[in-house]
Each structure stands twice: as C-alpha cells, then as structure tokens.
Design a protein around this ligand. Sequence first.
Ligand code: FAD
Ligand code: PYC
Length: 416
Amino acid sequence: MKKYSAFSLLKNALSYHENWQKVWRSPTPKKEYDVIVVGGGGHGLATAYYLAKVHGITNIAVIEKGYLGGGNTARNTTIIRSNYLWDEAAQLYDLSLKLWEGLSQELNYNVMFSQRGVLNLGHNLQDMRDIERRVNANRLNGIDGEVVSPQRIKEIAPLINISRDSRYPILGASWQPRGGTARHDAVAWGYARGADALGVDLIQQTEVTGIRRKDGAVVGVETSNGFIGARKVACVTAGNSGVVAAMAGLRLPVESRPLQALVSEPVKPCLDTVVMSNAVHGYISQSDKGDLVIGAGVDSYNGYGQRGSFHVVEHTIQAICELFPAFSRVRMNRQWGGVVDTCPDACPIISKTSVQGLYFNCGWGTGGFKATPGSGYVFADTVANDRPHPLAAAFNLDRFNSGALIDEHGAAGVAH
Ligand code: FAD
Ligand code: PYC
C-alpha cells in the first residue's frame, strides 16, 4: 500500500484530497457473477471477504444501495461481547469475538478493537439469578465471565452510583473482560479493502429491486442500474430483509423497528469500560474521542424511519443520569436511529431458502455488530458449500416451523 509522508498529507489537504489513493475500486458491474452479496454493511462485506479469502470464490459483487457501511454498521454503539445464554448463540458469538481479537492483523487495518470489558448490571434478585445462570453457562462454554459485587463494579467504573437508595439499586453484574468496543467504520472499510484486493467488485449507489428466478432457482438480481446475473444471491440487508425477501416471494419472521443512539460532547477520559443495564434501560461507553456513546431500547412500533421516538431517548437519558449522576451536566451532541430486524427468539437467521441459490443472513436485531466477523465467516461457508456451517445450522429458517427456537431475549443487550 502507498505510504504517505507528512509532506504528502499536507499536499493532499491543500488539493482537497482529489489525488488521494482510493482504498477500493469503483468497477462497472460485470454481466454475471458467481455470487452477488446484496448489502454492503459489515456483515455483507465480511461475507464477501471470507468467500474470496477462505473459499477462493472471487467472481463476486457486493451491491449496496447507498454507501458501504452506511446502514446499521454506521449507526450502532459498537458493543462487543459473547456472553449469550444458550450454547448455539454463545458459540457463534464467541467465534466472532475470537475473530475480533485478530482482525486488525488479518485485515492489516486498525479496527480499534478495545477489550475494555462489559458489565451487564443486575438490579433485583431475579436479575442476579439470571446473571449467575448466564455466567455459569458461559464458563461451561469456555467463555470468560464473572459475577461481580457492587464494590467491584465501583472499582471498574468509579463514577457509577451504587447507593442502595436509588430507584433500581445495583446488586451486582456480569463482567466479561474480553468484551469491549471497536471502530464501526473501520470494520466496514477494512473488510471492503480486503475484499476489493481479492478481486471482489464493490458496487455502490445501486439498489436491488427484484430477485429474478427461473425453475425455482435464482438467476440474478434486478437493480436500479439494470439486471445482473448470478448463480447465487446472498442477502445481508438487516432492517430491509423483509422487503428483499418479498422480492423472491418469501415471508421472513422478522419485524423492522427503529433503534436509536446518541453521543455527548467530548469529555476527558472517565469511563474505560462498557456498562449496560436492561432494568433502568440504557447502555454507555466512552469513545476514543471522549464522547459518551449512549443507547436506548427499540421503539415499540415497526417502521423504516431512521430516527426513533423522543420519549425513548428521554427515558434512556433518565436511566444514564440515574446510573451516573455526574453525567447529568454533560451536553448531548447528536442523536440518530437505525432500523433493526428482530426475530421472535432474538436470534439471527443464517440460512438457505426454498429458492435454490438464494440465502439470507439477517435478524441480528439490536446486537449484530459484535457478530460481524463470525457472521461473515459462517455465512460465506454456508453459501460456498450450499449447506449450513456447523455453527450456523441452529439459525436456519426451519426453526420457525420446527419450534427449535433459541430464546436469547435475556442476553440481548436491549429489550425487544
Ligand atoms: P447494515 O450495516 O444495516 O447493512 C445492510 C446494508 O444493506 C445497508 O447498507 C443497506 O443500505 C443495504 N441494503 C438494504 N436494502 C438493499 C437493497 N434493496 N439493495 C442494496 N442494498 C440494500 N449491535 C451490537 O452488537 N452492539 C451494539 O452496541 C449495537 N448497538 C446498536 C445501536 C443502534 C442505534 C442500532 C441501530 C443497532 C445497534 N446494533 C448493535 C445492531 C447492529 O448495528 C446491527 O445488527 C449490525 O450492524 C447489522 O449489520 P449488517 O451489515 O447486517 O447491516
Ligand atoms: O447487543 O450488546 C448488544 C447491544 C448493546 C447495545 C445495543 N446492542
């Protein structure tokens, strides 16, 4: 890769970066590909990267209606952990966490993965019983986790209020030291650059508007820029998955809802872990720039507006001020929303479909950022081999017929 000296940085700044080396190509689409990945978020880009890198399939296009990583990948609060309750989910998310641990090296791109630990607070006896059960289950799966006391929580996050007089006093927490955060854009850009270097065509500003089929098998996609043929089509479109599935005559068990977040003005380093609470309902971490990154619960209605309701954000701010009274004087800078696709069991869909050559990876709901590398890895394997990767098998569409659901509502960071 081209290196930039301080002089060339200055020269590029003065020329408005017009001669800056592009990180990936902007190719004209070919007539036909072996695989089309619909959706250029983190999961779609990771899928394309692993298809090329691990399975040697390089005749691939990623088709994105907006810009790469501009969907929920750009809009999330970047919390990464693998402390899910059931074996199937815990193993999938921990594969992802292991991939995060080597991702900057794998992609030769700093994704700023920071293992600052994640606290999930308990505020009543039932919370604490659930936390103990989840931590024990995690440890049986070889996943790090401890149940910690309010005093230990105070050591980890000194500004937190552990007074017994608060509305929901903190009784303890689960603590996953390997959890943390990463830089969301960098993940998308790192996978995009890696996939491009392996020959994957990244096609932006092109919307998939139809899925063409012949004799029960997929033959390509209609797009805002014309038809593009493909033997396989892998859809990774998060909140739009229901809409894209309908293009192939399928109905997915997903609901799309707004989920919002907000950031404060930058403040000096004061919180070097991630704190989440399902009961008072808020989660918070501090970015490397100093902003407090705060999230809320989902809105209680379905919709595609990337905003979120005022009363939800108000409730979240109340929760954060209750947990961290010192933050009540911090000013908020920006608020935004994303559209998350939630499944009835709060687990994803990674699956073949009844249409030959058509695959879906969606339903990550409020918690898919942490899964980006693992999701891409197992989905690429599923698409390449036309059968589920062993860690994806439990997340097939058929579970909604068989009833073999994996209920992860308790471990989802956000109630929905
Ligand atoms: P996206 O990044 O949304 O990518 C899908 C892409 O598909 C989009 O770029 C979209 O433009 C494109 N697309 C859609 N339809 C079409 C079409 N017809 N043609 C072409 N392209 C199309 N998860 C965590 O693990 N931790 C968190 O802390 C966390 N916080 C969150 C906070 C908020 C406010 C939100 C909204 C989500 C949060 N999540 C979190 C969830 C996480 O963001 C998502 O699960 C994850 O980013 C999904 O990644 P993706 O690549 O599947 O989706
Ligand atoms: O899944 O950990 C999570 C999460 C945190 C905030 C939103 N989702």
